[in-house]
Design a protein around this ligand. Structure first.
Ligand SMILES: Nc1nc2c(c(=O)[nH]1)N(C=O)[C@@H](CNc1ccc(C(=O)N[C@@H](CCC(=O)O)C(=O)O)cc1)CN2
Ligand SMILES: Nc1nc2c(ncn2[C@@H]2O[C@H](COP(=O)(O)OP(=O)(O)OP(=O)(O)O)[C@@H](O)[C@H]2O)c(=O)[nH]1
Ligand SMILES: [Mg+2]
Length: 458
């Protein structure tokens, strides 16, 4: 690992394809002069763009571009970074990258792994882990709200919240550890230092951060919504209405949809990955049967199951019989994940419906706005995107573990007599869990997992 880290790396740092300008960048702990001499044929002033020809091994110009040298440690990675800003065609950039590999052979240069520039920035203390993840989330953001929130996380919004919790935790730990050294004072400590009061305060702050982090994770991961129900109830019509486009075929024929049709839309910046599925029924049609099997798979995988009823058929014996069969099979889907909606409100009489039933007409648009709100409510979205930072499920889990150990510490402290060493240990475990977010305590394995999901050149 270490020797790998020490080799210079190179990659095309702009998305492959046609762009006006493209960048090949090199990051190296060693001095890059030999490579610069070979390609740029002159010295570069630090952090100053120089317009020059990029030379191949024969001294022929590959392109005319800007060379930019960031000497260590004042660069993105904290190492020496050379940027060759060229014309953005894929072939010229590949040529330039190949030229860097050739000219850097003596330095043992190799191609960069995905995320390796940012990983080096992390290892050299330029970014903490939460910020490094935000770099990737910024690039991958699928909504404007997600991009803005990733920008805030990159600027350190999550790190700052975590840092404040950490400081409070460290203060408490210092008090406890000091007391451990003077066992005769143990009994008084918890009262004198108001350990319980501090813990309660810390927990309240942690809960606030956890809430914001959960909202940030929703913004990043989005929600998997599956539209299901009997054939012909209007599932595909709803997908089209939500997406604002004719994505799925709609006909009056029951059994129109066979394959799952998926589309990501956004509501208040929260990405919703919506899947329309084949109507649920027993059928002799082989293709439709496979479609229905896929519907059930999608249902099992849904964050929210939007189960649709057809008001023009509710109460009819055949419809109700089918509904019973389906309901029995739905019994193992947690009730809080299911949102029941009643469609075709424009064409039916509306008596005898359950209280709070969500009425809809994909035809007239009635109930759509309410449905959007209910979808967000269902997954616990209550934030306004302004001021939010993007986060990941990993951060949520680490905060939950931090909280668990705080709660255990409180339990220990309220025993008679309190076991101060156990109290100290729970605080330490809480501190460790918190440290996983910014990467103070993170296994190599976790780091590998995180950075491998980046795009190449980042
Ligand atoms: N051309 C180019 N544009 C880019 C990047 C890049 O690597 N190259 N970035 C890549 O992601 C982002 C900018 N990130 C950067 C982060 C730090 C430094 C840097 O030079 N840091 C020094 C000096 C800081 C200062 O002067 O305040 C340092 O940290 O010491 C440069 C770019 C977006 N735009
Ligand atoms: N009156 C009325 N008709 C609707 C409404 N929504 C859908 N329909 C009609 O109901 C029929 C079935 O609509 P689809 O969207 O194809 O239904 P589906 O649930 O996807 O059907 P399958 O793919 O066969 O499972 C079509 O003729 C639609 O025009 C509505 O709100 N009101
Ligand atoms: Mg359909």
């Amino acid at each position: 690992m270490l020797s790998q880290r020490q080799a210079p790396i190179a990659a095309i740092a702009t998305a492959p394809g046609r762009g006006a300008v493209g960048i090949v960048r090199v990051s190296s702990p060693q001095d890059l002069t030999p490579l610069i001499d070979a390609i740029c044929a002159r010295q570069l002033r630090p952090r100053e763009a120089t317009y020059l020809p990029f030379c191949d091994a024969q001294g022929q110009a590959i392109d005319q571009g800007l060379a930019l040298l960031f000497p260590a440690p004042h660069s993105y990675t904290g190492e020496h970074v050379l940027e060759l800003q060229a014309h953005g065609g894929p072939v010229v950039l590949q040529l330039l990258l190949a030229r860097c590999m050739e000219a850097g052979a003596g330095l043992n240069i190799r191609l960069a792994e995905p995320g390796e520039f940012t990983q080096r920035a992390f290892l050299n203390g330029k970014l903490d882990l939460a910020q490094a993840e935000a770099v990737s989330d910024l690039i991958d953001a699928s909504t404007e709200a997600a991009a803005r929130s990733a920008g805030r996380a990159l600027a350190g919004a999550l790190s700052k919240e975590v840092g404040e919790l950490r400081d409070a935790l460290i203060k408490l730990r210092m008090l406890v550890e000091a007391t451990l050294d003077f066992p005769e004072e143990e009994i008084d400590f918890l009262q004198q230092a108001d350990a319980m009061g501090r813990l309660a305060h810390l927990q309240a702050r942690l809960d606030a951060v956890l809430d914001r982090t959960q909202q940030g994770a929703l913004l990043r991961e989005g929600i998997k919504v599956v539209l299901a129900g009997q054939p012909n109830v209007g599932k595909s019509s709803l997908l089209n209405a939500l997406a604002g486009a004719e994505l799925a075929i709609v006909t009056a024929v029951a059994g129109t949809t066979r394959d799952k049709v998926s589309q990501t839309i956004q509501i208040e910046g929260v990405p919703l990955h919506i899947s329309d599925t084949a109507g649920l029924r027993d059928t002799d049609d082989e293709v439709e049967r496979i479609g229905v099997a896929r519907s059930w798979e999608a249902i099992a995988d849904a964050d929210v199951l939007l189960f649709m009823h057809d008001l023009t058929r509710v109460g009819q014996p055949a419809y109700e019989a089918e509904d019973k069969l389906i309901s029995a099979r739905l019994a193992n889907v947690p009730a809080e994940r299911i949102l029941q909606v009643f469609n075709k409100a424009d064409a039916a009489q509306l008596e005898g419906l359950p209280d709070g039933a969500l009425l809809l007409s994909t035809k007239s648009g009635v109930g759509l706005a309410e449905l959007r709100q209910r979808l967000l409510q269902q997954v616990g979205w209550h934030a306004t995107p302004e001021g939010l930072f993007i986060a990941r499920e990993r951060h949520v889990q680490a905060l939950k573990r931090t909280r668990e150990h705080l709660v255990l510490a409180m339990a220990v402290a309220s025993q008679e007599p309190p076991a101060l060493d156990l109290f100290a240990e729970e605080l330490r475990l809480s501190h460790d869990a918190l440290g996983e977010i910014t990467g103070t305590f993170s296994a190599d394995e976790l780091l590998g997992e995180i950075f491998s999901k980046f795009c190449i050149g980042k």
